[in-house]
Each structure stands twice: as C-alpha cells, then as structure tokens.
Design a protein around this ligand. Sequence first.
Ligand code: GDP
Ligand code: IMO
Ligand code: MG
Length: 417
Amino acid sequence: MPLRIVVGLGWGDEGKGKVVDHLAPGSGAVARFSGGANAGHTVKTDGGSVVLHQVPSGMLRPGIAGFIGAGCVLDPVAMLAEMEALSDAGHAVRGRLRVSGSAHLVHPVYRLVEAEEELRRGSRAIGTTGRGIGPAYVRKFGRTGIRLEDAADRSALESMSDALLEEAAGMPGSGPDLANQAAEFVDAAFELSGLASDVGSAIRGMLADGVCVIAEGAQGTLLDPDHGTYPFVTSGSCTAASAFQSLGLGPGPALVTGVMKAYSTRVGAGPFPTELDDPTGGELRRKGREYGATTGRPRRCGWLDAVLMRYSVALNGCSEIALTLLDVLGGFPEIRVCTSYEGLPGGRPVFGRGLSACRPVYETLPGFPEDISGERSWDALPPPARRYVEFVERFCGAPVRLVSTGPHRDDVIRRDV
Ligand code: GDP
Ligand code: IMO
Ligand code: MG
C-alpha cells in the first residue's frame, strides 16, 4: 500500500518518531500532518539521539523527501533553528523539504495569549507545552491567522505582525522583548515562505507513481480535540483520518500503523484512570526515562489502559499496532492491564469529561525478569513477554506487527502476523 499513516494511540510520546524512522527506508517521503513545535519525536541512531519537533522524522534517512501539511502550525523561528541544528549534525534537509502554503504560522504573541489563558484557568489549566499551539488554531478557525503563503509578501506580513503587537500591548510580557521576537518572526517566516509548495499535488503524484509515502502524526488520539479527553487535549486533529485532510488527499486506501506504548503515560493535566502515583509508577518513569522530549516535564505513568487503546485502534481503523517500550516492563513481577471500568455513568466508557469518574478494573499477567533491551528476535523473547503482546493484540483488535525493545532505530522485532 503506497500510503502508510503512523498515528499515536495514547496521549502522545508513544515512540512515533522511532517507528517512522524505522519504517522510512523504502519510502520516498515522510509527511507530517498535525501539530507543530509541541511535538518531540526522538530518534536514536549510532550517532546519538535526535529530537525532531517540526521536521518530519524520516528525514534523518538520506534522500527521503519531507512534507509538512496544511493542518500543521509552524513556528518559523524554531523551524529554522531546527533545520540548522540538523544540518550541523550532518542531516541537511533544506533541499528536500516542502511545506504547504496553507499551513498556519505561530506568532510570538500567541505564546503570551496562551500563557495568560493558562493562568486564568487556574486549577483547570491544561498544562500545555507553551508553544502557542492553541491560539494558532483559534486564529486559523477564526479566519484571522497568518499562513505560510502570506509570508511571501514581506510588507503585508509586517503589517499583520504589527497588528498582533498592537493587540498585545499592555499584556504581561509585551514590550521590547516581544517586539524583537516579532521582528525575528517576520525574518524567519519570509525566509521559510521559499519552501511553500502544493504539498497535496506532490504527494498525490508520488502515490500515483507507486512511491510509498509515510504520513507522520503528532500527539495522540486521546489528545485529539474531537475524539480525545476534551477539554484536556491539543488543538490540532491527530487521528489517521485527519492525515487525508491535512495533506490534501481524498480518503483512500492506507495502511494505518497505530503506535502504542506497552504502558500508559501522559504529560500535562487531564483524566488518566490507570495513573500510578506510587513506587510502581516511579519505576516505570525511571526505566522508561519518561521525561518530556519538548518541555522536560516528568510524564505521569501507569499500566496500559487497554479499554482506551481498543477505542483508539477502532477509531483510527488501525491495520496494525507497533508496540513500543516493551523492554521497560522487564523486571516487574507482574504486569497489569486495564480491561474494563467500574463506576461509569450508564455503564459504558466515556472518553471526554466523564473519564475522570472511571475506576479501572485490571487483569494481571505474569511478568518477566529478563532484560530484553535491544532484543530483535520474537522467538528469543521470554514466553510471558510474548503472551503480553498476544494479549494486547487480541484485546485491542489489531495485529502487533512491530515490537520495539529499545530506543535505537534498529531495536525492533517485526512479526509476520
Ligand atoms: P513520540 O513523541 O511518539 O515520537 O515519542 P517521544 O520521542 O516523545 O518519546 C518516546 C521515548 O521513548 C523517546 O525517549 C524514545 O527514545 C524512547 N523509545 C522509543 N521506543 C523505545 C523502546 O522500545 N524502548 C525504550 N526503552 N525506549 C524507547
Ligand atoms: P508528541 O508528538 C505529549 C499535550 C500537552 C498538553 C496538551 C495541550 O511528542 O507525541 P498543546 O501545547 O498542544 O496545546 O498542549 O497536549 N501535548 C503532548 N503530550 N506529546 C506530545 O506530542 C504533545 N503535544 C501536546 O502536554 O497536555
Ligand atoms: Mg514526543
């Protein structure tokens, strides 16, 4: 299937970057279809770890083209800095990357607006990444945003930026520093406008020629504003269906790879039924190095919520699952999985506000003492580890065809199921 969509099934940070990078050889392009600089996608190569925020993950592979879709919101200053850092590390992307002219730009004023909104929410704060993502989507849908294609006209861009500075006058944080950031924004956006392109027609052409394209999601299904744990969500759509919309493709055949962590994590606020605020949660965080790739915040950790995962698999129409960080479960005497809830209004799962009323009911599976880090053979896995994988695929309703056993790009078991 020429189009493969890689999507997160949880609250983000499932290992999408690693999976996309692993799958990239053999494809012609990787296209990011959601979010912006709120994402942090880690790829570990022999040369060390790289965290990609806005540049598509597969671009660390030489010769792979990159696209950024209309559904993304781009911070031009951060984007240029990321491209320069990649180039310094031997991964020049400039000549291979094209960005939809319809993608919206994140102005520095948006970060101020976001900070003020978070303060106003008080104890109901979302715990955003502070990257101006929410206000960028608000402006987009309010029809007052700035698109990359607008940035090609420098004087028009300057007027738009000045109007935003005027709106921000008097807000905490506005002043000379903000004016400097706005000037940097104008320079960077103008420079980036040179990459603006008709991404949809380029991808449609590649697919028609039988060239494989990987659509790379950001965040995760449970952070999707329509289908996630609203209001504790991000502001851009992040399900597989949104890949078509963002990239300018009609709905058509695609192989959907849902990336699922072997346990659950969440950064920021919001309901998390299986969260473990105890030494076991601490052990998951320590072994999985669960600290945000974008903000460095400690991630909240808990057992796998298979009820939510089954929901995400169905919602995305997953063809397969990539189960990541299985190695982190090594050494736990037993592994628990949430397979139902009690205390639900009406007795059925509620994925929005009602989720906080859910109490998880667990099934307990045997653990495995072995360290399976870096294991690349299915047959070499201890039987309880294999049983766990088989349990997950049976319960969630899609085959686990990739098992990740370490952060390195090659720490993967492929299964022919
Ligand atoms: P993404 O946002 O979905 O791309 O995921 P992140 O990069 O934010 O977080 C995933 C973290 O897990 C990163 O630190 C990866 O290097 C790491 N990682 C990915 N797969 C594995 C794995 O199978 N085992 C271990 N131990 N770490 C992994
Ligand atoms: P990747 O692509 C994990 C979370 C934030 C916050 C909520 C809203 O690396 O998986 P935002 O800044 O988007 O308005 O924040 O969404 N969030 C993420 N959590 N991984 C991400 O991206 C995230 N992007 C946003 O922590 O709870
Ligand atoms: Mg991440």
